[in-house]
Design a binder for this molecule. Sequence first.
Ligand code: CAA
Ligand code: FAD
Length: 380
Amino acid sequence: MLLDEQYKEIRDMVKKFSDTEILPFAQQVDHEGHLPQSQIQKLADNGFLGSYVPEEYGGAGMDYMSYSLIVEEISRNCASTGVFVSAHTSLGIWPILNFGTEAQKKKYLPKMASGEWIGCFCLSEPNAGSDAGSLTTFAEDKGDHWEINGVKNWITNGKEAGVCIVFAKTKKTPDYKGISCFIVETTTPGFSIIKEEDKLGIRGSSTCQLAFDKVKVPKDALLGDLEKGFRVAMATLDGGRIGIASQALGIAQGAFDYAIRYTKQRVQFGAPLSDLQGIQFMLADMSTKIGASRLLIYHASALKDAGQPYSKESAQAKLFASESAMWITTKAIQLCGGNGYTREYPVERMFRDAKITEIYEGTSEVQRMVIASSELKAVH
Ligand code: CAA
Ligand code: FAD
């Protein structure tokens, strides 16, 4: 897709950073299962942790398209680092930027943009995943403060987080109607990490089960309107899904680039594999899926930047890019043969990393529900 000069410059800048600072550590991050603090610091120093935070709040003042490019280029080399940036920015920072009071923005955004406070998003629970509205964490009004009790599951950046965006009911309802949203600092007594998950992929990204046990937060920790928290969650996920689509695209591009280089140098039957039409057809299909994913992502980002509705488009981008990433990484292993199946070659890691993009921030089935619901409402 034709990109404006400003975006080409941003892409080139992030590409260089990703190839020099992220790529050399990608296998190590996967094997050791965590992101080194030095890597997080480099992300912060380059403005990637506050990309679209306005300059007045200490950010880089970029737009959402630029943010998508950042997540894509970082994920091309390391999907664990990609989701660290994505969850912090689009799920931690964005709801404060969009729904926060001036005091909340001034308190949290500068420290989050600088990486001093990492953000996480606490929606899912042991018994509330796709049916997020059925969550049971409860925030009781204690007069001069709220008291939060509950357990949150699968929280990305749970280990590194300084700030949690927490969804809790303030009225006991069976559905989404009683949900409110709170900003909780992880130093608050009663907050703890119950466990860190051991996962198939994105092994360098922390995924934690968190306990909120009589966590006392001030009245002004409420983010957005009382009992309108589900809208905060859904609106935040609309943007977050563009980030995960970009992560999926980055993984797919990384696997594709590797497979191309491999087939050009691997000789069988007296010639490079890439000379064979059967191999070329596979590469052509991979390339086409990458191109289509990119167009859907840029379209959704452009709509968001223009202030137009983008809920359906972000779901389409995530659905297509994630399912394409899974298909492309499977083919990348196929093209690299036995080598591709080993841990010495990066396509095996990319294949494991791709799978999660079909699950988190709404499974592929949830994206289809969002898309179908939008289309059914649009046509009378
Ligand atoms: N923006 C704002 N409000 C929205 C909205 C949107 N995009 N979509 C729905 N709403 C509002 C509706 O207007 C409605 O509110 P009102 O009644 O006040 O008008 C309310 O939300 C309920 O809407 P629905 O009836 O459509 O909701 P539902 O209960 O049927 O659920 C769903 C719909 C799409 C399945 C939703 O529950 C969902 O997205 N589930 C998946 C959860 C998910 O994605 N979790 C991700 C966790 S974060 C994560 O995974 C992070 C990570 O990995 C890094
Ligand atoms: P379930 O909802 O139990 O679904 C199981 C299967 O049933 C899925 O295939 C699903 O698509 C299907 N299904 C469910 N309902 C329907 C339906 N109505 N129609 C058709 N099919 C359906 N959550 C957070 O809040 N914050 C995070 O930071 C976060 N990070 C995560 C990181 C990782 C590594 C993982 C694994 C998860 C993370 N999650 C996070 C949770 C994630 O969003 C949920 O796992 C996801 O929304 C699915 O919920 P579930 O796992 O409970 O599956």
